[in-house]
Each structure stands twice: as C-alpha cells, then as structure tokens.
Design a protein around this ligand. Structure first.
Ligand code: AMP
Ligand code: MG
Length: 402
C-alpha cells in the first residue's frame, strides 16, 4: 500500500496544467493567473494630499501662527492650474493633486478654515500629509506573479493597475461517474434495497469549490459494459473521477471494466482510513481518480487527492493541504499502519488554542457527523498514543467551502 504523501506526489507528477484564456477582471476572482500583471501607470499618478487641509510652502510656516493668502481651491480631480508663491496656500482635500510650489499639507483642524486668507497654527514640515507619485507602485512594476489563485484583494490591485483583462488558466473539466446497482439520483425513484447517491453531487461541489467545472456522467450500474460505455462517451474532460467499485468485491468493477478501454493503472490502495480502495491511472491519456463508494471515504480522498490535483491542472503546484496543530480533546490510542483521519469537533480553550475532539463514531458511511465535523485529526501510520491535551496535527474543514 502507498502512503498518502507518495500517492499524492505521483498524481501531481502525472498532471500538467490546462491551457489559458483571457477573462474580464469582473470574472477573474478565484481564477489562476497565467501571466504576470504589471502596473500600467504610477499609483498615485501624482503627488497627492492624504488629508483635507491647505497645501503650503513649509518655509512659510516655521513660526506659527502664520497667515497665508488662499489663492485657490483644488478638490480631488480638479488640479490647481497655477503655482504657489511665497505666503500663499491652496485649499486641498484627500486625493487632491499637490499644486506646484507646495511641499506640505496643513490639516484643516490646525487652521481657522479661512477662505481668502488662512491662519496656520502649527509648523508645517516638508512632505507632511503628501502621498508621493508612485508611492503605492510605479508603472511597469510586476504586481501579481503567475501562477496565483486570484483573491478579492488581487482583483482590486489588478483594477488599480488598470488591467481590465487577465490571462488565466481555463477551468479544468472534470467528468464524474457514480457506480452501483443500488444508487439512485436524489429525487429519483429508489430501487428496492437502494440508496440515494450523494457522492456525485458532493464531488461536483468540491470540483466547483476548486475553481473547476464538473461534468455529470450519471450513474453506471455494476455492469462492465455500462461503465466502459459511460467513461468512453465523449466528454472532453481533463480528469475523470469515479466513485464506488474500486474495492475488491465481485461487484467492484472499475478496474475490470476499464482494462479493455486501455486503463493504465498507476497504483491502487492507499495506507489510509477512510479511503483505502483508491486508484489512479489513465484511460487513453485522460487521468482517472477512482474513489471509494463510501461517502466519507470518497470526500476525504477528494480533499487529499482531488483538490490538489485540480490545483495542479489549474496551473498551481498543487500543494498538499497544510496541517495546523490542536490539543487532543481526548486520549487517542496508538495507530496501525494506515494514516487515520478522525472526524473531530473544534473548540477554543481559554488561551484561544484549538482543541480537537474526535467523534466517538468514525464509520466511513456517516455523513451527518462528517458534515458536523470541523476538522480531521491526522494520525500518521504507527503514531504512538496521545494523551488529552497533547498536540496533534489537524486539517480544518470548511475553509474553502469544503
Ligand atoms: P463500493 O465502493 O462500490 O463498494 O461502495 C461502498 C459503499 O458506498 C456502499 O455501501 C455503497 O452503497 C456506497 N456508495 C457507492 N456509491 C455511492 C454514492 N454515489 N453515494 C452514496 N453512497 C454510495
Ligand atoms: Mg459499488
């Protein structure tokens, strides 16, 4: 059995980023940048005032109080046309261009707010309350480096850089196939002894949360031809994801049915719980992740393997999810050879540190507990016992919407 880390490394090594497209900045949030973004202009474009007040010559206000002649008013967007001479001031506001000749701004609270003449009650220091041209960034500066998943702040920065179109990776397309005679779509009639399929919709949601586009291949019965036909159907996917049928039972048909389709199996079975029966390979050049059918197993594999794989296809390195640390909320026994992922509740102790307490039930079919869980406690293979209060690595759930 492969370790989680080795399996993930092999998946990532086998994937390469999809192509790129231009998107309007209005559609760019969450997309992965494929080309650096450089500033088109200086920001601010000129020296501007950071306060409401008066632009003055510092040399005129060395011994307060001093009286200056107000020779104009220059609200933001309406620069003063002339030049300030000795003994003169111009009314300015936040964002006003500093008039030629001025080298300081006196805030209005330090004046008598005069309209034709103003009394300044403080010493004016050269450069005070002035935002220098290019002080945020200069034209030509690389502001955002590819690859990078664009945040809300990045969108604001690209807009400020006057870049209304960005080159990004297109969204990877992910074909999702459920298998099993017993599973029915939510809302459809349920066969006798059947269950409602939750995996396809949950995986589609995970795919969307990772910025990719799900394609629903439907449900294949436990029949080799049906599985092969659905996987073979033209879907233009960059990645195929199946759920169920990945185990060793007589009805676990993913491998058997895809062998005649040219399945090149890279590996099967991971030393982890939940989610041992997981496979990875290629079918006619398209990578395929075969997830277990149990819903918690399917989604834990989704988190550990599918999400990084989607990042990689999207142009990012596909970093593994970064563990944080919490104090164990209960004693934990020694672990066996499979990396364990315990569904846990999180709370803060008096010092604000996380305490992670595993739910007593950890069955891989229990979706309610999984949805309630706020973290997975990571128990590496052969981890020694842990006493309540000792630190354990956790993966927090719900952060990217999953
Ligand atoms: P399998 O991996 O096919 O042996 O399935 C393991 C368990 O997961 C069985 O109890 C299945 O009924 C269940 N299962 C399989 N596919 C789904 C699905 N799409 N949604 C919910 N449960 C499923
Ligand atoms: Mg099955």
């Amino acid at each position: 059995m492969l370790s989680v880390e080795e399996a993930r490394a092999r998946i990532l090594a086998a994937l390469s980023p999809v192509g790129t497209e231009w998107v309007s900045l209005a559609e760019a949030w969450g997309r992965v940048l494929a080309e650096d973004v450089t500033a088109r202009h200086d920001k601010p474009p000129a020296d501007v005032s950071s306060m409401d007040g008066y632009a003055v010559r510092a040399a005129d206000c060395t011994l307060p109080p001093c009286r200056l002649r107000v020779v104009g008013s220059a609200p933001a967007g309406h620069p003063f046309a002339g030049r300030i001479g000795p003994g003169e001031a111009v009314r300015v506001f936040t964002g006003s261009v500093i008039p030629d000749g001025a080298d300081s701004v006196v805030i209005q609270e330090d004046t008598d707010l005069g309209e034709t003449a103003v009394e300044v009650r403080v010493t004016a220091a050269s450069g005070r309350h002035i935002r220098r041209r290019g002080g945020d960034f200069a034209a030509g500066t690389v502001l955002l480096r590819a690859p990078r998943r664009l945040t809300v702040r990045d969108v604001g920065l690209a807009a400020a850089a006057d870049r209304p179109w960005l080159r990004v990776h297109r969204r990877p397309r992910v074909a999702i196939l459920s298998t099993g005679d017993e599973v029915a779509r939510p809302g459809d009639p349920i066969p006798e002894g059947g269950i409602v399929s939750s995996n396809a919709l949950a995986l589609a949601a995970l795919v969307r949360a990772c910025g990719a586009e799900p394609i629903d291949l439907g449900i294949a019965p436990d029949d080799m031809d049906a599985i092969a036909r659905l996987v073979r159907a033209p879907h233009g996917a960059d990645l195929i994801v199946t759920s169920g049928g990945a185990s060793v039972g007589a009805h676990d048909l993913i491998q058997a049915s895809l062998q005649p389709e040219g399945l090149e199996l890279a590996f099967w079975k991971i030393a982890m719980r939940p989610g041992k029966p997981f496979l990875f390979g290629h079918v006619r050049g398209t990578p395929l992740l075969g997830l277990p059918g149990n819903p918690v197993s399917a989604l834990v594999c989704g988190l550990l393997f599918l999400a990084p794989a989607l990042d990689r296809l999207s142009g990012l390195p596909g970093e593994p999810p970064a563990p944080e640390f919490a104090r164990a909320g209960a004693d934990l026994p020694a672990n066996d050879l499979r990396a364990d992922h315990l569904r846990a509740r999180l709370e803060r102790d008096g010092d604000g540190a996380w305490i992670a307490t595993p739910f007593p039930a950890q069955d891989s079919s229990q979706m309610r507990i999984f949805a309630e869980a706020e973290a997975l406690i990571l128990r590496p293979p052969h981890a020694p016992p842990v006493r309540a209060g000792e630190p354990v690595p956790i993966l927090r759930l719900g952060l990217r919407g999953y």
